[in-house]
Ligand binder design. Structure first.
Ligand code: CMP
Length: 139
């Protein structure tokens, strides 16, 4: 079995559309527990640091601009096989390719405004959770 945590953000498009509640409901119904959570707005620099791995991609400027454009919800989620199971729940990065019933198919409007982020590996889940939360803020 793989790791027990993953990291997610509910992105500015989903917050703006009042979809925090419905998305958290899908997360809970899929069996994830919330280990830590905060509502905040990233600066462009903070978004740039979080997405540094994409800094050479053509969409990096758009991504960091977009992610700092409004409030987000950041959370650490726990469940067995958290990373893989959460990626199944959120669906493909491009919502037009996401399966029916996934969070992105349900709420996302484009590849940039794709409603949620989910960690892509156990290692990145730890790095991303530590980027947003101190030990004191995690249960
Ligand atoms: P996320 O899972 O948060 O990880 C990186 C993000 O970059 C991704 O979701 C998308 O929102 C964004 N992204 C990936 N590819 C593109 C693209 N071609 N154009 C704009 N944004 C993209």
């Amino acid at each position: 079995m793989s790791g027990k945590i993953t990291f997610t953000m509910i992105k500015p498009d989903a917050v703006e559309a009042n979809n925090i509640g419905p998305i958290l409901s899908m997360i809970n119904k899929a069996g994830f527990k919330i280990q830590a959570m905060k509502y905040m707005q990233l600066s462009k620099e903070q978004a740039g640091k979080f997405y540094e791995v994409h800094k050479d991609r053509p969409f990096y400027g758009e991504l960091t601009q977009y992610m700092s454009n409004g409030p987000i919800v950041a959370a650490v989620l726990s469940k067995d096989d958290a990373v893989a199971d959460y990626r199944k729940l959120i669906g493909a990065t491009d919502p037009s390719k996401a399966e029916e019933g996934t969070i992105r198919k349900t709420f996302a409007t484009s590849i940039a405004a794709n409603a949620v982020h989910g960690s892509d590996s156990d290692e990145n889940a730890q790095i991303e959770a530590n980027f947003f939360f101190s030990q004191l803020e995690r249960l």
